[in-house]
Design a protein around this ligand. Structure first.
Ligand SMILES: [Fe+2]
Ligand SMILES: [Fe+2]
Length: 194
């Protein structure tokens, strides 16, 4: 089904398309999380990703229930947005050698994924209510709540330690190197610095 094709004309069609979009996205996320767990070198981050993999499996189960309530066979529709986010994350991760910087990159990528899920579930909850499917809205709202909590946890761990540790790996700026060299020259000459 393509955007603006004759197959998608009503809000019911649009809702179903978006539900299939997030179904596809959750499966792609489920596939990519084991790789992120393996790449993360911080124990707390690894544990967080492991927990979210478990939650993601639960999200798929809730989506299966939502499809069932709508009397539709669960299916996904290719979502170039989530594919792009995951592809970019893999590209960046493959270019980083430093473990601490890689942890910071993994969190940034995971938060991009969470934000994508949050926007999709936020829309779906609103539409499910509007279309008169409160049971479906409830299931989707449970997924939304867990995505928001994960996003917050990732943000907290980044601020509390991961970003700080990654910052310690910064190369000194040319200015800082020049200042250090001048200070060494002054010290070696015995001339008191002004
Ligand atoms: Fe999810
Ligand atoms: Fe998620």
């Amino acid at each position: 089904m393509g955007w603006f094709s004759p197959d998608m004309q009503t809000m019911d069609d649009l809702f179903m398309h978006t539900l299939q979009d997030i179904y596809y996205a959750e499966h792609q996320i489920q596939k990519s999380l084991p790789d992120m767990i393996e790449k993360a070198s911080d124990a707390e981050l690894k544990k967080g990703f492991r927990m979210h993999l478990k939650q993601t499996k639960g999200h798929i189960k809730r989506l299966d229930q939502a499809f069932k309530k709508l009397k539709t066979k669960p299916s996904g529709t290719k979502c170039p947005a989530i594919d792009g986010i995951i592809e970019e994350a893999n590209d960046i991760a493959s270019e980083i050698d430093d473990k601490m910087v890689l942890n910071a990159a993994l969190i940034a990528a995971a938060q991009a994924v969470e934000h994508y899920e949050i926007t999709r579930y936020g829309t779906l909850v609103a539409w499910a209510k509007m279309l008169g499917s409160p049971d479906v809205a409830k299931l989707l709202a449970m997924n939304l709540k867990e995505e928001k909590a994960t996003d917050k946890k990732l943000g907290d761990i980044a601020k509390r330690k991961i970003n700080r540790k990654a910052m310690l790996r910064r190369k000194p700026s040319p200015d800082a190197v020049e200042r250090a060299e001048n200070a060494m020259l002054v010290a070696a000459s015995g001339i008191p610095a002004i």
